[in-house]
Structures are given as structure tokens and as C-alpha cells.
Design a protein around this ligand. Structure first.
Ligand SMILES: Cc1cc2nc3c(=O)[nH]c(=O)nc-3n(C[C@H](O)[C@H](O)[C@H](O)COP(=O)(O)OP(=O)(O)OC[C@H]3O[C@@H](n4cnc5c(N)ncnc54)[C@H](O)[C@@H]3O)c2cc1C
Length: 794
């Protein structure tokens, strides 16, 4: 039993409990009592979005289990709201009227949602049924329940919280519209150009977006919510409304006690309020005129408050650079510091709307003051470091957005106090010290020791790089298998083993035997692929388990028409084929005929009802441009025509494409063959690339020219075309059996390492080369052109 100084904490949320954790690390003799209005132990509020999306349950987001409170002798009062602070008597009074004396008090009451003045939205200060805020686990669970009987939801507010609420609700099967007062989404974090791309990405999730619209009245009928009316006279039907229009610091308790309060509770640089024994942290606080509504600054505040309460060692809180990371809906977005700039600021911008990537760096006086990263967070920590430390970046201008140091090199260039885990405010130096002191070797161990990477997990790649930097050659890259999805909470490899062991031969039986019996858009196509890889044709085919492109054997376009890409082996065609393509294009008034980057001809804009006749009249095989399979082989003209060519790239390219055409794979496979090291077919950025040299052929694997270009690794050098065909076949089959669904060869190679591939394929260390050869031969022999098959009915 602790009998020393008494600390009372009002608020059992993220900032309050983080402060207690830091305090206990410094002093174990303080008697801590925590009051929390919610009936729950401390949980990660950030992850409520994952709960709403059905990706996590309450137990997954608990930060401090009950044992933790018990182990540290903390007196915890749940469901207990403090209703008054008595400054003169130095006690807090709960709703039950009981006084609790304190020596020091910490106020961590967070925020309350702002309810906009919309007529009919509440009665007697209580939201009407069907209208929700998104602040705590009760809100989230009520929304999930209500969503089960709702068809149309409106989320009011297009900020971070609104987008997260909308993407969660769409996963609950409700039609969702975001209505936002301003003319662009997340206007605080993203500029107009970035916001346009963000809007497209959010729309792609199926969420409707209405901008510049102001709701003024909730319409009900028969006691039920029916619609939302807007100031422009329009009305939208809704059986559920979520308010995400911002938050306000929860300050009445402090204000009534007579503490200095402006918008938030005013604190100095040690997080002390206007009363010397009362401290405050979190969203309820106003520091140097700023209120923070995200976790990272609150964690910095918690450290400082703990130090001050423990007796003070002079550490001060001087404010935080505001950074936001959007973590749901698969849209990577980070916004750091001052992204709108001001007069005299310069902007370095990279925008690729097609790939949904937008990056902007704002520079003022040779220093970076803000950054937006949308679609690709590469460089996030580096930019955050530049902004936090106000470093002079004049000499790095040319490489700021391009040619950044990668991986461990980029980490090495960061100062020790650069924040790696934004959620918990853990610096690079703290992680390095923990690795060295406790001989940590994995992200999991770093996470357990430092608490970094326990929240949104976005810093995992950076921690991996730090491990690489500190441990060098000793570091064994961790394989982080993740579950396929919640329907089958098992990793890919284990599912495959179970499917084989139990002899399961349909997606439905797999789901009923080892899953939830239903499946989703993620696992059903994945399992369908697994079956075709395992059994080729000898399994039960389920049309509705296929990706939509595979259902139509064509690539669906954004206007609902299809693109048709006939196979042109090795990119070598004939006048007769060209004439047929031209005739079909004319006859069906194909709106666009395009030469692709892979040397093929794409007929775009074909309505679904014309697909069969188009394919019948083309009389050519499908190019498989729509699916996860072996696709094209790009070639240069090689020694046949080129003065520099040293090998016959045309013959080999055509042979490779013939042999492996359409074989289903976890991800698409693109190939290329060049006739000399000048490499005109760009074999270095293909999944499989072959380059002719004087003495034979170099075989490369794992290249990628997409969003994240990757130069392929040299697998081996051989003398003959037959050897190329044999080794590439072994590689394809090993990839088919071992890679996870949708894992491109570039990621596969990075995960398993090129050395491992060499050991398996060239040295036969696993003793499986014979079997791989047989299995790829079987897959080659089983190939049927999908259109020829459906047109002839065979
Ligand atoms: C859905 C959602 C998604 C979010 N996503 C992100 C994100 O991606 N990134 C990010 O950085 N931040 C995010 N946030 C914000 C982040 O969760 C908050 O900044 C953080 O939780 C605030 O911590 P706090 O301790 O100040 O307040 P809280 O965590 O709200 O804790 C305050 C606690 O005090 C209790 N309390 C209040 N008054 C009393 C009283 N009188 N007596 C007793 N108890 C009281 C409250 O019930 C509450 O439990 C998100 C928030 C939500 C709601």
C-alpha cells in the first residue's frame, strides 16, 4: 500500500494514462487514483476506426489491461465522473458526492464532439435516435448496431474523422455520403490539388462526396430519422447520421474550479495550470495558444507532465509540429506542419493523379516548414526531422523529392531525436538505446520494450531499418506474416497447408471448414487462386469467387465498358492480324485503339455485350491483360535486325510467352527479353527479365516499373535458350506456390531474398526442383484460352 504523495488523475484516456506510465517509470512511491467516466480500461481511441470497419474488436485496442493497474497499485474508478474540483480543500468530488483529497491533480478530460446547430438534431441536449458522434467505444458499437438496419448514412464533416467514419460504415454495408461545408476534403491537412486526388480515392471506396453543402435540419417521420435538409433547399434521405464536425476541449470542470481557461485549459511549458499543484495534458489543454487534437503531441506533453509531477528535471514542452497520418481505407496520407505556406514560401510539388500520388514540400528561407505526402509515405520521417529541427536544406534541394537515400541509409541520416513512432512520441535514439541495451533483434521486441509501434503500426518499416542499421549483418529480416483477412484469421501458408491436408476443393468448403463460412472480396478470389494453383482444373469452380475482371475475361474500365488486349506473342505481329484488329475496331466502333507499354494493342471502350463477338472475330488468344497471371513478354529485335544485338531475343521472347501464357499467379508477371546489354526491352524492371550477352543469357527476377520501381536481381547466367526456359519456369512455379496472394515478385524477392531463390532453384537445397519442373509442365499443358473455351463451349 502506497502512503506517500497522492496524485489524482481525471480522465482514464490516452494522455492521462500515458502520463501515469511515465511517472511510474520515474517514481513508484506516488499513490495514483484514476477516475474515468467511461466504463472501460484505457484503450486506443485512434483504432476506433478499425473497430467500426470490423477489423478489430474492443479487446484488440486495449492499451492497459486491468492487471497493469493492479500491478502498479493504481486505484481505478470506472464509470466515475468527477463533477467538481475543490481548490481550497484540494479534493475532487465525484457524482456520488464523495470527496477524494489530492496532493497533485492531473486533468486529462480530452474533448467532446462539436454538435453543429442543425434543427431537430437533438432534443433536450440529447442526440435523437439514429444520430451519432464518433468519440468512444460506445458510439462505435452503437453505430455498428444501427448500421445493420440502415441503408443510407450521411456523415457530416469531411475531415479526418469524417472520412474514417465513412470508410468504416461502408465496410458495414451501408451506402455512405460525406457532406462537407468546405469545397474540399481535409482542408486543414491537404491543399486543393492534393484534396482533388484524395477525393477521387475516397470515391473509389464507393463513398459519395458532396462538398460546399450546409445541413440545416434533420427530418423525421413516425419517430424515425428520414432525411437531412440543406440550406440550398436540397434534401438527402438518411436513416443514420454521423456528426464529425470537430471537437472542443472538455473544460467546464476546470473552468468551474476557477483555473485559467481560454479555449482549452491554459498550461505553461511544464504542463502546469494556473494552480501550482494542478497539471493538465491532452486535448483539453491549450499551450502557447495551441490546442492539439492528435496523439503525438499529447504523448510529448505526457512525458513533460510526468517529469514535473515527479519533482521536475527541467524538461519542457515547447509545442509540437502537427503531423497527421490517415490510417484507414488504404489511403496513405501524411500532412506535416505548415502545408499552406505563406507569401515568400516555395513549393516543390510532384503530382501523378493517375497513380494517386501527390507530394508537396513547403520551403521557407532554406528550411522546410511543411509537407504533404499522399499515396506514398516514403520520406515521411526524414521530412518530419527536417521540419522539427528546422535544418538548412539548401544543399539537398535537388534530391529532396527524388533520389532520397533509401532504407538504412535514410535512417542513418536522421538525427537521434527524430521521432520514429509519432503515436507514442518515441525517438530514433530511444529505439537504438533499447536495441543495444537489451540486445533486441525484432520489431516485436522493440515494440515490447519501448512501446513504439503499438498503435497504428505505421513506423514498423522504420524500426526495421533501425534494426538493420544497428545490427548490420547480424540482422535477420523478420518475416511478418499477416492474416489473409478476418474471415480466415490465418496466414496464407497455414491456409494452404490446411487446404491440402483436409483435401478441400472449393472456396465454400474452405470457408466453412476453416473460416467464417461466408468470406469476403479479399479472401474469395485469393482462395480461388489457391485452388487453381494446387489442383489446376480438378476443383469446384465458383464464378462468384472470381475477381470481376476474371468473370468477364476482360478489364473493366471506369465507365463500365471493357478493354480487350489480344495476345501478340513477343510483340511480333503480322499484317493479317493487324487487318483483323482494324476491321474489328471499325466494325464495333471501338472508341480508342492504343499501343500499350508492353508492345500490345488495346481496344478500349467495348460494351460487355460485344465482348464475345469481338473475340470471335479477332480469332486471337487473350493477352490476359486483365488478370493475375503471366502476361506479356516484351522484346527488342535482337541480333535478327539490330547492329548491336548479340542474341536472338525475338525467338526466345516468343517462346517464353507461348510457354507461360495465362498461367495463374499470385500477382501479374510481366516479362522481357533483350538481345544485348543495351537492354532496349527494359528487362531490368520486369518480374522476369532476360538479357543477351556474348556468352549466353542473364536471367533477372523481381523487377517492377510501377508505383515503386525496383531493379530486378540477377538470378543467374546461362548459355542456352533451353536453360532460360527451364530456370524461368522453376522460378514461376516456386513463386506460384510460395508467394502470398497479390504479392508481386518484387515484394516476394524482398521478403525471401534472392540468395534463397538461388539456393532453391539453382542448388536444389530443398530438393524440390524435380517437383517444381513437373508442376510447371502440368500448368503449361493445362492452359486454355479463356475466350476460345467459352466461345466453343469446351
Ligand atoms: C475515431 C477517432 C479516430 C482518431 N484517429 C486518430 C489518428 O489517426 N491519429 C491521431 O493522432 N489521433 C487520432 N484521434 C485522436 C486521438 O484519439 C485523441 O487525440 C486522443 O485520444 C486524446 O487523448 P486524451 O487523453 O486527451 O483524451 P481521451 O482519450 O478522450 O480521454 C479523456 C477521457 O477522460 C474522460 N473524462 C472526461 N471528463 C471526465 C470527468 N469529469 N471525470 C472522469 N473522466 C472524465 C473521458 O470519458 C475520456 O475517457 C482519433 C480520435 C477518434 C475519436
Amino acid at each position: 500500500m502506497k502512503t506517500n504523495e497522492r496524485l489524482i488523475v481525471i480522465g482514464n484516456g490516452m494522455a492521462g494514462v500515458a502520463t501515469v506510465e511515465h511517472l511510474l517509470a520515474r517514481r513508484s512511491d506516488v499513490a495514483v487514483t484514476i477516475f474515468g467516466s467511461e466504463p472501460h480500461i484505457n484503450y486506443n481511441r485512434v483504432l476506433l476506426s478499425s473497430v467500426l470497419a470490423g477489423e478489430a474488436g474492443f479487446e484488440d485496442i486495449i492499451l492497459n489491461p486491468l492487471d497493469w493497474y493492479e500491478q502498479h497499485g493504481i486505484e481505478l474508478h470506472l464509470n466515475a465522473t468527477v463533477s467538481r474540483i475543490d481548490l481550497s480543500g484540494k479534493s475532487v468530488i465525484t457524482e456520488s458526492g464523495a470527496p477524494y483529497p489530492f496532493d497533485k491533480l492531473l486533468i486529462a478530460t480530452g474533448s467532446v464532439p462539436f454538435i453543429p446547430p442543425i434543427r431537430g438534431i437533438q432534443t433536450d441536449g440529447v442526440l435523437i435516435p439514429g444520430v451519432f458522434t464518433f468519440r468512444n467505444i460506445e458510439d462505435t458499437q452503437s453505430m455498428i448496431q444501427h448500421a445493420q438496419k440502415s441503408r443510407k448514412a450521411i456523415v457530416i464533416g469531411g475531415g479526418l474523422l469524417g472520412i474514417e467514419a465513412a470508410s468504416g460504415l461502408i465496410r458495414q454495408g451501408v451506402d455512405v455520403t460525406i457532406v462537407h461545408l468546405v469545397d474540399r476534403l481535409m482542408e486543414m491537412q491537404v491543399d486543393a490539388a492534393g484534396s482533388e486526388i484524395l477525393k477521387k480515392e475516397v470515391s473509389r471506396l464507393g463513398i459519395q462526396i458532396v462538398l460546399g453543402s450546409c445541413a440545416d435540419e434533420v427530418i423525421t417521420g413516425n419517430g424515425h430519422l428520414e432525411a437531412l435538409h440543406f440550406t440550398d433547399g436540397s434534401t438527402r434521405a438518411a436513416d443514420m447520421i454521423v456528426i464529425a464536425t470537430g471537437i472542443r476541449p472538455n473544460v467546464p470542470l476546470a473552468k468551474d474550479a476557477g483555473l485559467s481557461v481560454n479555449r482549452g485549459i491554459i498550461v505553461n511549458d511544464t504542463m502546469q495550470t494556473s494552480h501550482p499543484d494542478i497539471y493538465a495534458v491532452g486535448e483539453c489543454v491549450e499551450h502557447r495558444g495551441t490546442i492539439y487534437g492528435i496523439v503525438a503531441p499529447l504523448m510529448e506533453q505526457a512525458k513533460v507532465a510526468a517529469a514535473a509531477i515527479a519533482g521536475g528535471d527541467g524538461i519542457r514542452y515547447e509545442g509540437s509540429v502537427i503531423t497527421t497520418k490517415l490510417k484507414v481505407a488504404g489511403i496513405p496520407l501524411a500532412s506535416i506542419g505548415n502545408i499552406h505556406g505563406k507569401v515568400g514560401c516555395e513549393e516543390i510539388v510532384y503530382s501523378d493523379p493517375g497513380a494517386a500520388i501527390y507530394k508537396k514540400l513547403v520551403i521557407s528561407g532554406g528550411r522546410m516548414v511543411g509537407a504533404i505526402l499522399l499515396g506514398d509515405l516514403d520520406g515521411y520521417s526524414r521530412y518530419l526531422g527536417h521540419i522539427q529541427h528546422q535544418e538548412d536544406i539548401s544543399l539537398q534541394r535537388k534530391t529532396l523529392l527524388t533520389g532520397q537515400p533509401q532504407g538504412a541509409a535514410s535512417i542513418a541520416s536522421m538525427p537521434d531525436d527524430a521521432i520514429i513512432c509519432g503515436c507514442k512520441g518515441i525517438s530514433k535514439g530511444t529505439i537504438i538505446n533499447a536495441i543495444e541495451e537489451h540486445q533486441l533483434t525484432s520489431i516485436k521486441e522493440v515494440s515490447e520494450k519501448t512501446k513504439a509501434c503499438t498503435s497504428c503500426k505505421g513506423c514498423a518499416p522504420l524500426i526495421e531499418q533501425i534494426l538493420q542499421q544497428v545490427l548490420g549483418g547480424e540482422y535477420v529480416k523478420q518475416d511478418r506474416p499477416s492474416h489473409l483477412c478476418d474471415c480466415i484469421p490465418m496466414v496464407w501458408e497455414d491456409i494452404r497447408e490446411e487446404v491440402i491436408a483436409r483435401g478441400l476443393k472449393s472456396v465454400n468448403t474452405i470457408l466453412t471448414s476453416i473460416g467464417n463460412g461466408i468470406g469476403c472480396d479479399t479472401c474469395r478470389p485469393a482462395l480461388s487462386y489457391m485452388l487453381t494453383e494446387l489442383y489446376i482444373d480438378a476443383y469446384e469452380k465458383e464464378f462468384d469467387a472470381l475477381l470481376v475482371n476474371d468473370q468477364f475475361h476482360a478489364n473493366i474500365q471506369k465507365d463500365g465498358t471493357f478493354s480487350v488486349v489480344p495476345r501478340i506473342y513477343g510483340g511480333v505481329t503480322t499484317p493479317e492480324q493487324l487487318r483483323r484488329i482494324a476491321d474489328v475496331a471499325e466494325k464495333y466502333r471501338v472508341p480508342m485503339v492504343k499501343i500499350t507499354g508492353g508492345q500490345r494493342i488495346d481496344l478500349l471502350g467495348i460494351p460487355g455485350e460485344h465482348l464475345s463477338s469481338v473475340w470471335a472475330e479477332l480469332g486471337m488468344a487473350s493477352g490476359h491483360a486483365y488478370t493475375k497471371a503471366v502476361r506479356t513478354c516484351k522484346t527488342c529485335v535482337g541480333e535478327t535486325f539490330c547492329r548491336f544485338g548479340v542474341q536472338d531475343s525475338l525467338t526466345l521472347g516468343i517462346e517464353m510467352e507461348y510457354r507461360y501464357q495465362g498461367i495463374p499467379c499470385p500477382g501479374k508477371i510481366k516479362m522481357a527479353v533483350s538481345g544485348c546489354p543495351r537492354n532496349c526491352a527494359e528487362a531490368g524492371i520486369k518480374d522476369i527479365g532476360v538479357v543477351g550477352i556474348q556468352t549466353g543469357w542473364e536471367i533477372y527476377v523481381g523487377g517492377n516499373g510501377g508505383v515503386k520501381p525496383r531493379v530486378a536481381d540477377l538470378l543467374t547466367t546461362v548459355k542456352t535458350r533451353e536453360e532460360v526456359l527451364d530456370i524461368t519456369g522453376l522460378f514461376i512455379q516456386y513463386y506460384r506456390e510460395t508467394a502470398r496472394w497479390q504479392e508481386r515478385t518484387s515484394h516476394f524477392i524482398e521478403r525471401v531474398g534472392i540468395a534463397h531463390i538461388r539456393e532453391v532453384i539453382l542448388e536444389d537445397k530443398l530438393g524440390i526442383v524435380g517437383r517444381l519442373r513437373e508442376r510447371i509442365d502440368e500448368a503449361v499443358a493445362a492452359y486454355k484460352d479463356p475466350w476460345a473455351e467459352s466461345l466453343t463451349g469446351c
